[in-house]
Design a protein around this ligand. Structure first.
Ligand code: PEP
Length: 254
């Protein structure tokens, strides 16, 4: 059975102290809530990874990074390898976020190398996919997402898929306040699951968590997460506010 997941993407926000305060508060909330049916992940800037991982006391909470290098080591100034991330105690990494794809020109081929580097370092991957507005308007969203998945996950085995979470994030919904409707989200999540089933078989596809991302907040998480193929969310802006993030986590009762 696939897990329910609420993951926060802090992006380039919060200094060290602010970030550790937030991580501590969310961890304490999860300790008190004693929920067992939802996994909470906070994907922080690199500077928080080590200390945030050390302070965790709730077994339901994990720390992740927001990107990693496709290289393992060497003269790559400013880069951080997957093994370095793993050595901090962090256990997840986001790969293929639309902001990396667009601002840093990361293409599917590079992202595929990053996925392999992350898995080699025993990190779990949150692999992002999603179309821009123009692609949706031209009815190309399924083709775009299918290509991102096929190329981004090329050479990844069904066993490896156990360590991959997919995040469907329509780019037109990220940070815009515009959210996909529950039906739009369900339609794309079911489609993504069918693409995974074609490649990995029905069972592996059924066991893979697919998160929705894009202006998800307490006011819409209930209806989005109620859909069959929506297994939780990747939350940007609302993950920076303890109350909002914890309310979204509480969308899952158990
Ligand atoms: C994101 O950055 O992954 C995201 C979904 O952002 P927001 O929730 O702010 O739209």
């Amino acid at each position: 059975m696939r897990r329910k997941i609420v993951a926060g993407n802090w992006k380039m926000n919060l200094n060290l102290h602010e970030g550790l305060d937030l991580a501590r508060s969310v961890d304490r909330y999860m300790q008190k809530s004693k929920k067992t049916d939802v996994d909470v992940i906070m994907c922080t800037p690199y500077i928080h990874l080590s200390k945030a991982s050390e302070l965790l006391a709730s077994p339901a909470v994990s720390i992740g990074a927001q990107d990693c290098s496709d290289k393992s080591s060497g003269a790559y100034t400013g880069e951080i390898s997957a093994a370095m991330i793993s050595s901090t105690g962090a256990t997840y990494v986001i790969i293929g976020h639309s902001e990396r794809r667009s601002y840093h020109k990361e293409d599917n081929e590079l992202l595929n190398k990053k996925v392999k580097a992350a898995l080699d370092a025993r990190l779990k991957v949150i692999f992002c996919c999603g179309e821009v507005l123009e692609e949706r308007e031209k009815n190309l969203h399924r083709d775009v997402v299918s290509k991102q998945l096929r190329e981004g996950l090329a050479g990844i085995s069904a066993d490896d898929l156990d360590n991959i979470v997919i995040a469907y994030e329509p780019v037109w919904a990220i940070g815009t306040g515009v959210t996909a409707s529950k039906d739009q989200a369900q339609e794309m999540h079911a489609y993504i699951r069918s693409v995974l089933a074609e490649k990995y078989g029905k069972e592996s596809a059924e066991n893979t968590a697919i998160l929705y991302g894009g202006s998800c907040k307490p006011s819409n998480s209930v209806e989005l997460f109620s859909m069959n193929d929506v297994d939780g969310g990747l939350i940007g802006g609302a993950s920076l506010k303890e109350d909002d993030f914890c309310t979204i986590i509480d969308t899952f009762p158990g």
